[in-house]
Design a protein around this ligand. Structure first.
Ligand SMILES: C[S@@+](CC[C@H](N)C(=O)[O-])C[C@H]1O[C@@H](n2cnc3c(N)ncnc32)[C@H](O)[C@@H]1O
Length: 206
């Protein structure tokens, strides 16, 4: 039997004093949060250490849910919420089998979809669309194959998108923003590397 390969983030998710990705929310969340009311129902899928969902909960969005496959991630999110005195509904769940229990006004997902197979991320997005209220928005970021997967994620990045492929899923929604870009990244214990990314902000209008 081969040795199981564990993604680098699982190690630092267990370290309470190390942040693997970012303490700050993604700037696109701040850019578009004005489309929401404080009662809006928000979901973050693959939330990792929770910087986006925690930020939103801190801003007073009191109906914020966030989930991740990793038990270590969710334990850390809960720990961070406790330290900050923030209320957030954080739970362990798998995007490949996720059953929506309600409709949302905003669904976000950063840097995670490409860890699902293409069929699985498309299935998740189609279900997410069906569970989004009219006027609701999605902010989705996915890595593309415009540059090869970096060594740190190569064994797990099984669903890299083609550039602009994600737009096809939202042909019946209004595209508020689309960006295709390459950026340099670095994490604790992982040397600098490049990722190619698509980020889309879309609104359901009917
Ligand atoms: C690179 S991290 C990004 C975390 C966070 N979204 C961020 O921007 O910092 C990828 C995350 O996807 C989660 N993940 C991978 N496969 C998943 C799945 N099938 N369902 C839910 N989360 C998943 C991992 O546990 C990890 O926390």
């Amino acid at each position: 039997m081969g040795k199981e390969i564990i993604p680098f983030w699982e190690k630092t998710y267990q370290e309470k004093d190390i942040i693997t990705f970012s303490v700050k929310p993604n700037p696109t969340v701040k850019e578009f949060e004005n489309l929401l009311s404080k009662q809006s129902k928000i979901l973050e899928a693959g939330c990792g250490e929770g910087q986006n969902a925690i930020y939103l909960a801190q801003q007073g969005y009191c109906n914020t849910d966030a989930f991740d496959l990793s038990e270590n991630a969710i334990a850390k999110v809960k720990h961070r919420c406790q330290l900050l005195g923030t209320q957030l509904n954080a739970y362990v769940a798998d995007m490949t089998t996720y059953q929506f229990e309600k409709n949302y006004d905003m669904i976000i997902c950063f840097g995670t979809l490409h860890f699902l197979s293409k069929d699985d991320w498309k299935n998740f997005l189609n279900n997410a669309k069906l569970h989004t209220n009219i006027g609701g928005i999605h902010i989705m970021q996915i890595f593309t194959d415009s540059v090869p997967a970096s060594e740190d994620i190569a064994p797990f990045a099984i669903g890299l998108a083609k550039d602009e492929e994600i737009i096809d899923l939202y042909k019946d929604w209004e595209v508020l923003q689309f960006k295709s870009y390459i950026f340099e990244d670095e994490h604790p214990g992982v040397p600098k590397h490049l990722h190619a990314s698509n980020k889309i902000v879309v609104r359901r209008f009917k």
